[in-house]
Design a binder for this molecule. Structure first.
Ligand code: ADP
Ligand code: MG
Length: 224
């Protein structure tokens, strides 16, 4: 599903050049659950952002189901992303002014889905993520675990083929963290490909394969 070839990313400021990714070549099969680990600042989020088309690499290529997507123009990149990829972040990234239902509906509005179909999709996913009873609440009225379930609902409501999760349990206590990992594992069992950044050995234990990054490079890859 995913093939990258020597992806590199250099962040340049006036004085310094920072090579955040250095020739990362990785393949991910459809249906895999891959964990990405490594110390803070080693390039995990940079890699995930490039895989999620939130950012472009400086050099290298990225094929998604056979299409080169690394350097799509902004508009096409956005369309491709919304149709194919769901994102989950450590800090949930919900919109405070929208209630739970509206947060989850937003990607479907971007995808121009009809109102009736949107309603069905949103209600289904909220029930599935056990947050339907909070549909009219706002993010600040929810616990961290509930907010992350809303964020996962938003990430999966359009049935993406790939979910990218950047430390999805990083702000959660152990009970809520396990619940989030179980939801991701269930989605993976139903065929969604997952790439998850984590610092937690517990979380990585659910993945089929662990990729370790150090200083922008893949240093080890272990299949479980
Ligand atoms: P991780 O997620 O593994 O903690 P990041 O991918 O966030 O690491 O960062 C990798 C390196 O790139 C770090 O040195 C970080 O400071 C730098 N970096 C990340 N984003 C930017 C940016 N937008 N501008 C400049 N430097 C950045
Ligand atoms: Mg990070």
């Amino acid at each position: 599903m995913i093939k990258t070839n020597r992806l590199s990313k250099i962040f340049r400021t006036e004085e310094v050049e920072n090579k955040a990714l250095n020739n990362v070549t990785m393949h991910v099969q459809a249906g895999e659950f891959v964990a990405v680990m490594g110390p803070s600042g080693c390039g995990k989020s940079t890699l995930l952002n490039i895989l999620g088309l939130l950012d472009n690499p400086t050099t290298g290529s990225y094929f998604f189901n056979g299409s080169e997507v690394a350097n799509l123009k902004e508009r096409n990149r956005t369309i491709f992303r919304k149709g194919n990829i769901g994102f989950v972040f450590q800090s949930f990234n919900l919109i405070d002014e929208l209630n739970v239902y509206e947060n989850v509906e937003l990607p479907l509005i971007y995808l121009k889905m009809k109102a009736g179909e949107r309603k069905r999709s949103v209600e289904n996913v909220l029930d599935r993520m056990k947050i339907g009873h909070r549909a009219r609440h706002f993010p600040q009225q929810l616990s961290g675990g509930q907010q992350q379930r809303v964020a996962i609902s938003r990430a999966v409501v359009a049935n993406p083929k790939l979910i990218l999760a950047d430390e999805p349990t990083g702000n959660l206590d152990s009970k809520n963290g396990i619940e989030v990992i179980n939801l991701l594992t269930d989605l993976n069992k139903e065929g969604t490909t997952i790439i998850m950044v984590t610092h937690s050995d517990r979380d990585a234990g659910y993945a089929h394969r662990v990729i370790n990054l150090f200083d922008g490079q893949i240093v080890t890859e272990k299949t479980r």
